[in-house]
Design a protein around this ligand. Structure first.
Ligand code: SF4
Length: 627
């Protein structure tokens, strides 16, 4: 087996309680690298079309990449994947922290879990040995209590990926948490884990990840450590909270449930209260994922007052990321930072995606403003914009499925269906996934990403933010819709490689792109060029997409939130008058990929070019709507 891999996947069939070890096929590893690349390839063979995402036949996977847990720069990540119960498409979520590397130190590149346990269990993996253990004493616990209990039982060196009670209750906004608050956040995969009655995966061990050229890899690390680019210093000094205020000003951050205009509805002096220095003022110490030289995370403390943190004795919690500050702040016109930190703690502890929770509260606030709901439905909560007490209270109700929180606990699409009375007008989502905090009216190419990536409504899959080493047309051309596909393709394809290799997107934005093939060559021993990686990225993108096609999902049929594309355009603010021509961008991307512009089915030739002939017999059998 090539370097970077332990060469083993653990298969766990929860209904039978059986565990088997499978050799990782080196050809699959070479063609799909790892992470969601290998994940999509394996699940295509193992998960039949049409399975219930919350049923026994869905597979929940945890997969590292070859760079995870090696001295490679920013090699700390793993990906969780499966069919999403939220969008009924391919679902995945990338996560940092320490779990990914330690899964490899425990002896496996990945774990695939099928079936449903007959009682709550957790999976314990220790240096190649694995067993299912009774989780009766853990079920009902939230993340901090669970981590404390498991560390008391197994020692403090274990790493844990777990669900809070939101996942147990199958909230479609639930996620999987590591390190007390780092989330594999999107696609509702916490609900899949909860449905399987799997409370946690616990890993322990000190096995070494083999590296083909250790000396060369260490030399690369030293060389590139000295030449960070991109927004390294702002990430190091602030984390992703840097720029929350400027994003509200520029129009990057949607405000008022995507219906408002940043500088008008959430002016500078308010936005600065939840950004940059204001956030860092609460920070007690910085925090990084495994061996990350950037360390963009942090621990904040709120020890007193109505928003005092309570999950730990010392009132410490994770520093909110940009997306959290946007979702629970900017988009709700909430400038009370401590309330955001508190709501973030609730989400971390119960295991909820902060983007979705914030977006769902925004939806509820607009329903309240428009008279679709009143205090009768909300149990007395006045859901007025910026009402920080109501935001924290509602986040708690959502987390516990309590009162009106139960109506909202599965996100805006389900909530709008439950409420009726025209509420769907205010539900901003694509295929059930709430949109993140980057507005296509400001970065038009993101419309393509939200509408076309295999995971609907995802902002980290291309369309924006090229790393050093990828040249794009530049922001002056961003509203020229023709000719965007080439740039989109490059960023999208490189992101597939990042997610497959075990890398972090922020690190990818800091170090030159050429570092990826160099590190992969040093770790695996394969000769990886940038050209090879473009091909692999395209293959991975095709694999995720074909998973959806087999489900009968044509992304051209996705709902398009009108506000997202400026229909009608805003009447004020920086984005005044802008309407996005997403159809041109979408069509040109399909043409570039050589996918049919009506069905999105890849051409036979494109499949052959990527060496994916195994798909050719399946493609004619897909029942995909023609648009
Ligand atoms: S840049 Fe931040 S998110 Fe990425 S690996 Fe480093 S600490 Fe983790």
């Amino acid at each position: 087996m090539a370097g970077g891999y332990l060469g083993k996947i653990l298969n766990v069939e929860l209904s039978a309680g059986s565990l088997t070890t499978e050799a990782l096929d080196e050809t699959v590893a070479r063609e799909y690298i790892g992470g969601y690349g290998v994940g999509a390839r394996l699940l295509y063979d193992r998960v039949a079309a049409g399975v219930d995402p919350l049923g026994p036949d869905n597979i929940l996977g945890f997969m590292t990449g070859p760079l995870t847990g090696t001295p490679a720069l920013i090699g700390s990540r793993f990906v969780v994947f499966g069919k999403s119960p939220k969008t009924h498409t391919w679902g995945d979520a990338n996560c940092g922290g320490h779990f990914g590397p330690h899964l490899k130190f425990a002896g496996f590149d990945g774990v695939l879990l099928s079936g449903i346990a007959d009682k709550p269990v957790y999976l314990f993996i220790n240096e190649g040995r694995a067993e299912l253990r009774d989780a009766a004493h853990l079920w009902g616990k939230n993340v901090a209590q669970l981590e404390e209990t498991l560390k008391a039982e197994h020692g403090k060196d274990i790493q844990i990926a777990s669900i809070g009670t939101a996942g147990e209750q199958r909230s479609l906004m639930s996620c999987i948490i590591t390190d007390g608050g780092r989330a594999a956040g999107r696609s509702g995969l916490g609900a899949v884990m909860g449905a399987k009655k799997l409370k946690a995966v616990v890993v322990s061990g000190a096995l070494k990840v083999p590296v083909a050229d250790e000396e060369g890899l260490n030399a690369l690390r030293r060389e590139y450590l000295d030449q960070p680019g991109g927004f390294y210093s702002s990430l190091r000094d602030y984390g992703t909270c840097a720029g929350t205020a400027s994003a509200a000003r520029s129009g990057d951050s949607p405000v008022r449930n995507w219906g408002g205009a940043g500088p008008v509805d959430f002016p500078r002096e308010r936005a600065e209260k939840i950004s940059d220095d204001s956030v860092v003022a609460l920070q007690k110490r910085r925090y990084g994922c495994w061996r990350c030289p950037i360390s963009c995370g942090g621990w904040v403390r709120v020890g007193e007052g109505k928003y005092a943190l309570s999950a730990t004795e010392d009132s410490i919690g994770h520093k909110p990321e940009y997306e959290t500050l946007w979702a629970l702040g900017t988009n709700l016109l909430n400038d009370n930072l401590k309330s955001i930190v508190k709501a973030n703690e609730i989400c971390d502890q119960y295991g909820l995606d902060t983007i979705s929770v914030g977006a769902t509260i925004a939806f509820a606030m607009e329903c309240y403003e428009q008279g679709v709901i009143s205090t009768q439905e909300t149990g007395g909560l006045a859901l007025t914009w910026g009402n920080d007490e109501a935001i924290v209270a509602l986040a708690g109700q959502i987390a516990r499925r309590e009162g009106f929180g139960d109506v909202l606990a599965d996100g805006v699409k389900v909530a709008a269906q439950k409420i009726g009375r025209g509420a769907e007008r205010y539900a901003i989502h694509v295929c059930g996934e709430e949109l993140p905090g980057h507005d296509p009216r400001f970065i038009p190419a993101l419309a393509t990403t939200y509408l076309m990536d295999a995971t609907p409504g995802r902002h980290t899959q291309g369309g924006a933010w090229p790393p050093p080493g990828i040249k794009v047309r530049g922001t002056k051309m961003k509203y020229v819709y023709e000719g965007q596909a080439k740039d989109h393709y490059k960023i999208m394809t490189s992101m597939h490689v990042v997610n497959a290799a075990g890398l972090c997107m922020f690190g990818y934005l800091v170090y030159h792109l050429e570092l990826i093939p160099k590190q992969l060559t040093a770790v695996t021993g394969w000769d990886c060029s940038l050209d090879d990686l473009w091909e692999i990225g395209k293959r991975i993108g095709t694999m995720r997409h074909v998973f959806n096609l087999r489900e009968g999902h044509n992304p051209l049929t996705r709902n398009v939130p009108r506000r997202m594309v400026g229909e009608p355009p805003l009447q004020e603010g920086r984005l005044k008058g802008i309407t996005i021509d997403y159809e041109t961008m979408r069509r040109e991307l399909l043409e570039l990929l050589d996918w049919d512009v009506h069905t999105t089915i890849p051409s036979e030739e494109s499949i052959r070019r990527l060496g994916m002939e195994f798909l050719l017999q399946d493609l004619p059998n897909f029942h995909v709507p023609v648009v």
